[in-house]
Design a protein around this ligand. Structure first.
Ligand SMILES: [Zn+2]
Length: 63
């Protein structure tokens, strides 16, 4: 959603002007960052590596 600096809030409009004050809206944050941040994937990778390691240790212990 575009941001109105004058009203200091997000404006629900498809227009480039604020419904309330008519000011030009800041649409610079319209480029949405989809998905979780990079450190989330680092955490997931570490978790998967840990689980794979535990699986290897478990399998090695029963064969
Ligand atoms: Zn406004």
């Amino acid at each position: 959603m575009p941001w109105c600096d004058t009203c200091d809030k997000q404006i629900e409009t498809a227009e480039k002007e604020c419904n309330d004050c008519g000011a030009e809206l800041d649409t610079s944050d319209q480029v949405a960052v989809d998905g979780p941040p990079w450190h989330f994937w680092v955490l997931i990778a570490a978790l998967v590596a840990y689980l794979v390691w535990r699986a290897v240790v478990f399998i090695a212990s029963i064969v």
